[in-house]
Design a protein around this ligand. Structure first.
Ligand code: FPP
Length: 244
């Protein structure tokens, strides 16, 4: 299906909750890790497609602050996939994709943190899609860290409490300087935000789909974009006269 959407109908920033890898594998009698491997391949394909569609920002939920509760084998396999992905950074640069790794890096090995930094610097000059890969990310944790940074500034006398605005909070999030999330896509038939981008998605449109993430192809992305283009976004304002 060729998409005929105008640039003004496209979301500037999409958040994707890549869900359903485990169920996809189970349906095929495969280990969960095989689902993640298939999910990683689809993820790369979808990011290239987003770039080709002219999307400016995408944030993907790859590993949450809660995902450490999974079996050591599964966590290990996921870390291997993230390492491999970051190792190939130069390929994404060729696709004009600039990568940012967002989330709390404290629990990761020094080798992995070094790989994150290298991946970001190897793609920094790309001018197309800005891709945020959320690793050890949690929206509540992100806000807590932002509050701590702001409180430090207040304590140091650099900021008065009454000077704290919504912008102050935004500037202290991992997504500082990026536009808010316009569209959240969650595949796999789950209807939750799961602690993802809870500040940035305040006015986002949600598109929930039944497809499991490893089956989520460019066609599904185009379907989500078409649904988004038909939504009437009001940001709390009155319905315009011509839409009543
Ligand atoms: C949730 O599905 C998915 C994850 C916790 C991992 C997401 C990771 C990938 C898509 C692969 C690698 C990504 C990168 C950035 C290289 P689930 O396992 O909870 O699925 P289930 O609900 O069916 O069990």
């Amino acid at each position: 299906m060729k998409q005929q959407l105008l640039p003004s109908q496209l979301p500037q920033h999409i958040g994707i909750i890549m869900d359903g890898n485990g169920r996809w594998a189970k349906l095929r009698g495969l280990p969960r890790t095989a689902g993640h491997k298939a999910g990683a391949a689809i993820f790369k394909k979808i990011m290239t497609h987003c770039g080709e569609r002219g999307i400016k920002y995408v944030t993907v939920y790859a590993f949450s602050t809660e995902n450490w509760k999974r079996s050591p084998d599964e966590v290990h396999a996921l870390m291997d996939l993230f390492m491999q992905y970051m190792e190939d950074a130069k390929n994404y640069y060729k696709d004009n994709i600039q990568i940012h790794i967002i989330g709390d890096r404290t629990p990761f090995s020094p080798e992995m943190v070094a790989r994150m930094e290298a991946c970001e610097s190897d793609t920094a000059a790309a001018t197309g899609l800005h891709l945020n890969v959320a690793l050890n990310y949690g929206g509540q944790h992100e806000l807590t860290q932002a509050m701590q940074k702001i409180a430090q500034k207040v304590k140091a006398g650099e900021l008065a409490p009454e000077e704290i605005t919504e912008e102050t909070i935004e500037q202290n999030l991992y997504t500082a300087g990026m536009p808010p999330v316009d569209l959240i896509i969650r595949p796999s038939g789950e209807y939750r935000l799961s602690n993802f981008m809870i500040w940035q998605a305040a006015y986002a449109e949600y598109v929930f789909m039944d497809t499991l993430w490893p089956d989520f192809g460019p066609k599904e992305l185009d379907k989500a974009l078409a649904v988004y283009a038909k939504r009437n976004r009001r940001f709390g304002a009155e319905e315009p006269e011509d839409k009543k």
